[in-house]
Design a binder for this molecule. Structure first.
Ligand SMILES: Nc1ncnc2c1ncn2[C@@H]1O[C@H](COP(=O)(O)OP(=O)(O)OP(=O)(O)O)[C@@H](O)[C@H]1O
Length: 641
């Protein structure tokens, strides 16, 4: 039987395309309208007003044209030329105003869509920045994130275009319909009916596209990944060293062919739907025109009226097509926006979402914005005199076995505690749990007898500095790379230099062409690269700069040269005096100086004690220590005997 405590969280999972029902459409469009108003109220209202002028304004030239035609037919050769010329000029003027309004509306459209794009991507970032780290372990979350990011980039633009086309078409349809109603009211509903098949086709076609792209998401992510490997500096050298470019390129081409094939099938299905709808709509429109002709032929309608009515019916037909193009865009965007809304709702109860902070400027000390505490948060202790871990069990979402099982340990404030063990024994996982990046499925973490497992992780992390094995290399200035350890006071250059000195990075950073202002990473103009060990010193400086009372160092010297490593550990106690240090290392020479050592094996604590205790116990630690020490001793002379 599976352990319920270990069952994976399913909040971010969505394996089937969500269903869009007809009755949900108004709500969805309402939601889309809300999004537009929240993102760009002024721009949207201005564009809508201009479109209204462009649309409704059409009624005047149509009616004016009919009046002019009437006069011409009645008066014949004796028509009042000047009056008619003036009337004609007025109609032209009105058409000019309509044209101008439409042109201005179109020119503002790009700005509107950019604002929408920013707003929608901002909501995606709200989720990406606040959701529990564990979700990043789940393929389904990445599928949703990929779709949401794509939707946020494309669909709001599509939405504004759809809304714009629809508003303008509805306004001008209303204008023409009013003109037509003045001639023969019956013709209005008859003509509007021709729009119904187009409307349904748009709905169906949008759904077909969404379903196809939903199915393609995992393959598309793989395609993006391959593109990333083939185009980023990080991977470029290994791709060349192993001659992988052709092989990876072929895989990318294969995925692209598969995508293209699916897109072709989808395009054919959508074309069939469109053709059928247009045929039906055309037949309906033709019938109305036939009716107008019949009415004119039987004398039920005056010739001038019939001419104006036929023009209005034809114009209405064109407008209905434009309206349908608008609804097509809306219906195409609707399922993607629903999907996006679902994703945005994953943001953990943060309402309003945390705003991006103001970046620090020299001479100013901004307040660090605190994200609102999550609903499950309760007041947590700021630090600890004794940290206790009780029976911690943790399994990664994709892991078959728990990475940690019933782990218990203690760390006293101010102590240096080391974690050792073979690869995969769970050291980094324990470090991640102690830095509150993941929540255990079972067990507790206690700060002086207070269980902090359910406390707000952001606040707890405020007092913790972590240097990961796979630390980040920020392509920013050297000073920023260090200062981001506590970005709120990144402009405190004296502290930045102090931290760099402590990590042995000062000399190398000061010697760069622009000193601490030098850009790291050659991908940007003027940037320079550092060696692996130099990057690690910078990352270590970042951890020191945080000045947190609890510091977790996961293989902090893995790429340091022997002298730098020796120096660091010699100074560690002085550098971090009064702080609590959790040190993960495979280098037993450095581990032995810890106050207490925990040995992990297969996710469990195999043994613990001081170096001397563990050596006399003759267990796993003694075995690994002796093995490593033997490597430094002279090999036994071979018996040549
Ligand atoms: N994100 C992950 N998803 C699934 N399993 C993982 C993940 N990260 C680690 N594991 C697994 O969890 C176990 C513990 O890994 P962990 O990284 O904690 O080991 P470690 O002791 O730090 O190893 P190393 O000495 O190689 O750094 C391993 O079996 C590993 O395969």
């Amino acid at each position: 039987m599976s352990d319920p405590a270990l069952s994976p969280v399913t909040a971010a999972e969505l394996t089937e395309p969500p269903q869009i029902e007809m009755r949900r459409l108004p709500g969805l469009l309402g939601g889309a309208l809300k999004l537009t108003l929240a993102a760009a109220r002024r721009e949207f209202l201005l564009i809508t007003a201009l479109q209204a002028v462009g649309g409704l304004g059409l009624v005047l030239p149509i009616l004016g044209g009919r009046d002019l035609l009437d006069k011409l037919l009645v008066a014949g050769a004796g028509s009042p030329l000047v009056e008619m010329l003036l009337q004609g000029a007025l109609i032209l003027g009105m058409l000019g105003v309509i044209g101008l309004a439409t042109a201005v509306a179109t020119s503002r459209d790009d700005v509107l869509s950019e604002q929408l794009n920013r707003y929608a991507l901002g909501r995606v970032l709200d989720v990406a920045c606040t959701i529990e780290l564990e979700q990043f372990e789940r393929p389904e979350f990445h599928n949703r994130l990929e779709r949401a990011s794509m939707s946020a980039r494309i669909r709001p633009h599509q939405l504004t275009q759809g809304l714009g086309a629809l508003t303008s078409a509805v306004m001008s349809t209303a204008g023409i319909a009013l003109a037509l109603a003045a001639i023969e009211p019956l013709l209005v509903p008859a003509t509007l009916l021709a729009g119904v098949p187009l409307w349904f086709a748009g709905l169906r076609s949008g759904r077909v596209l969404f379903d196809a792209l939903f199915r393609l998401t995992p393959a598309e992510r793989e395609r993006s990944y391959l593109l990333d490997v083939l185009t980023t500096r990080r991977a470029a050298k290994e791709v060349r060293a192993f001659g992988l470019a052709g092989y990876l390129r072929a895989r990318w081409e294969q995925r692209t062919d598969e995508r293209l094939a699916e897109i072709r099938v989808t395009a054919r299905r959508r074309l069939r739907i469109t053709i059928l709808a247009r045929l039906t709509s055309g037949v309906a429109l033709g019938s109305v025109l036939g009716l107008v002709l019949a009415m004119a032929a039987t004398g039920e309608m005056a010739v001038a009226d019939a001419g104006a009515a036929a023009t209005a019916v034809l114009l209405l037909g064109v407008r209905l097509r434009t309206a349908a193009a608008g609804t097509d865009l809306l219906f195409e965007a609707a399922p993607f926006l629903q999907d996006l809304q679902g994703f945005v709702a994953l943001a953990p109860g943060s309402s309003p979402p945390p705003q991006p902070p103001k970046l620090p400027q020299l001479g100013k000390a901004p307040q660090a914005p605190r994200s609102p505490p999550s609903p499950r948060a309760r007041p947590e202790p700021v630090g600890f005199r004794r940290l206790r871990v009780e029976n911690l069990t943790f399994r990664y979402p994709s892991g078959r076995q728990p990475a940690l099982r019933n782990v218990s340990m203690e760390i006293g404030a101010g102590q240096v505690v080391a974690l050792v063990g073979e690869n995969g024994s769970g050291k980094t996982t324990l470090a991640k749990l102690l830095s509150h990046l993941y929540r255990p499925q079972a067990g507790r973490i206690l700060y002086d007898d207070v269980d902090v497992t359910g406390a707000d992780p952001d606040r707890l992390r405020h007092s913790i500095a972590v240097l990961f094995q796979d630390f980040q290399r920020y392509l920013l200035s050297a000073a920023d790379n260090v200062g981001m350890g506590r970005w709120e006071r990144a402009d405190d250059r004296a502290a930045v230099t102090r931290a760099a000195r402590a990590a042995g990075a000062h000399d190398l950073l000061a010697a760069l062409s622009q000193g601490y202002e030098s850009l790291l990473g050659p991908e940007f103009a003027g940037g320079i690269d550092l060696s692996g060990g130099q990057w690690q010193r910078v990352a270590l400086a970042r951890a020191f700069f945080r000045e947190a009372p609890f510091i977790i160092l996961d293989e902090p010297t893995a790429t340091l040269d022997a002298r730098a490593e020796h120096l660091l550990f010699e100074q560690l106690r002085t550098l971090l005096a009064g702080r609590t240090v959790l040190l993960i290392s495979h280098r037993f020479a450095t581990v032995r100086m810890a106050d207490h050592i925990y040995v992990l094996d297969g996710g469990r604590v195999a043994e613990h004690g001081t170096h001397d205790q563990l050596m006399s116990a003759g267990g796993r630690y003694a075995e690994l220590f002796t093995l490593q020490a033997a490597g430094y001793l002279d090999p036994q002379p071979r018996d040549s005997g």
